[in-house]
Design a protein around this ligand. Structure first.
Ligand SMILES: [Zn+2]
Length: 447
């Protein structure tokens, strides 16, 4: 067996635990009564002090969730009878939808500097990269991320990660991948392997990714911080090239995501109908970010979602070590957050992502800081921040079956101690994780 397949066969993450459940019809309480005739379909009831459903609504107090067949069956508040009628109850805890990180890089190692990350991802042997990518996905899952979207990796390794998890070879979150991002010859992330300069080449590149089996197409619309040979203030493509890629994606029923660090690419993305605009920086010069109300209005009117990026330097108010990190590249963070707040106020739909894998932004550990920073810097309520990584995130990436705790949706759940709607940092106090109706079990997990 080739080394790569051997690695994929290795169960590096443990196993699925048997779900605690009751036979339908034998369960106490109202949940399940209306469908007790469905013999053989097992129902599990879990209860917690609070349930945050992901829509931004206030938490449900003393709530129970019925889970059947991998799906949420019913949700109800049952003041005062939590412990007695559930299979498992979590006093003092909150149940949320499993989190959705819409922008990560599974093959990146979160090393100290951009240069180190690039060197590692371009020089390491594929089996090692693949193993790290699986480890990264599992670290995210441990932190409560039940769905993640890889926005660009080396070669087609991320497809192998996705498929190894879906086939049950390894434990991991549900993964959506773009394969290699489409970029110009010396453009941002060109070292990942997919280069296209002309409109025809861009279309062909999108076709090739679609045929390889990716879940969406990622375009690098401007230069980026990790690639000194690129210009982060300039568009990499003309509008017809972006349109060609988006059209090819639509023909394969895929959506598109574009990396945007400069405002000049925003009208192009609107024109091309790019669904998710990653980073959405309003930068117009090295030392300037300028919000444009008319552009924001067009973003709000169209089928666009902007993704705000909270990598390590944005944790400046939470982690002293993050303050001043990459100051030259990051520029004036206050100005950046001001443009983002105005984007939100203009009614543009937004998600929040980790960009995990980039320098000093590790999978799993990053998540809590990302949400804390987003709350502080964008003046969001905790519930708004949670919605940006649950309901809105699912909508942005086209997954109608998750992101909200509601009947009929996937039972991807996160149980944390405390109440993140009051104190967002509580999102880091992970107690249990449920994936498709099954509790996730890691070898080192307790309880
Ligand atoms: Zn990225």
């Amino acid at each position: 067996m080739p080394a790569l397949e051997q690695l994929m066969e290795a169960r590096v993450g443990g196993h699925w635990a048997e779900a605690s459940s009751l036979e339908a019809g034998r369960c106490p309480g109202r949940i399940g009564d209306d469908s007790s005739h469905r013999q053989g379909v097992r129902l599990m009831i879990i209860a917690a002090e609070w349930v945050i459903d992901g829509t931004g609504a206030a938490p449900l107090r003393h709530a129970r969730i019925g889970i059947r067949d991998g799906l949420i069956d019913k949700v109800e508040g049952v003041e005062g009878i939590v412990a007695s009628t559930a299979d498992i109850s979590f006093p003092g805890c909150t149940i949320l939808p499993g989190l959705i990180d819409t922008h990560v890089h599974l093959t990146f190692g979160a090393l100290d500097s951009h240069e180190a990350v690039v060197r590692q991802v371009t020089t390491e042997p594929e089996p090692i990269l693949l193993a790290r990518a699986i480890g990264n996905a599992q670290a995210a899952l441990r932190a409560g991320v039940t769905t993640l979207r890889d926005c660009g990796g080396r070669g087609l390794l991320t497809l192998a990660v996705r498929d190894a998890i879906r086939r049950g070879h390894v434990v991991g979150p549900d993964v959506l991948v773009s394969g290699m991002p489409i970029t110009t010859t010396s453009g941002h992330l060109h070292y990942l392997g997919l280069r296209a300069d002309t409109e025809a080449e861009v279309r062909a590149a999108a076709e090739s990714m679609a045929e390889a089996g990716v879940d969406f197409i990622k375009l690098i619309a401007t230069g980026g911080n990790m690639t000194p040979s690129s210009n982060r203030l300039a568009s990499q493509y003309d509008t017809p090239a972006l349109c060609a890629a988006a059209e090819a994606a639509r023909e394969h029923r895929l959506h598109t995501a574009a990396h945007v660090l400069a405002r000049c690419a925003l009208p192009q993305c609107i024109e091309a109908g790019i669904r998710t605009i990653e980073h959405c920086m309003w930068r117009t010069a090295e030392d300037r970010l300028e919000f444009d109300a008319e552009l924001a209005r067009r973003l709000a009117l169209g089928e666009h979602y902007v993704g705000f990026t909270f990598t390590a330097p944005t944790w400046r108010k939470i982690l002293p070590t993050a303050a001043g990190l990459d100051a030259a590249l990051m520029g004036d963070l206050d100005a950046r957050f001001d443009t983002e707040r105005r984007t939100i106020d203009a009614g543009v739909k937004y998600t929040i992502h980790t960009d995990a894998g980039v320098r000093q932004t590790p999978f799993g550990a990053a998540l809590r800081y990302v949400l804390e920073a987003a709350v502080q810097e964008l003046q969001l309520t905790p519930l708004e921040a949670i919605r940006a990584v649950t309901a809105t995130a699912a909508e942005a990436i086209g997954l109608a079956d998750r992101g909200i705790i509601a009947p009929g949706l996937r039972a991807d759940l996160l149980v944390v101690e405390g109440n993140p709607s009051r104190r967002i940092a509580d999102i880091g106090n992970v107690r249990r994780i449920m994936l498709g109706g099954e509790w996730v079990s890691f070898p080192s997990a307790s309880g």
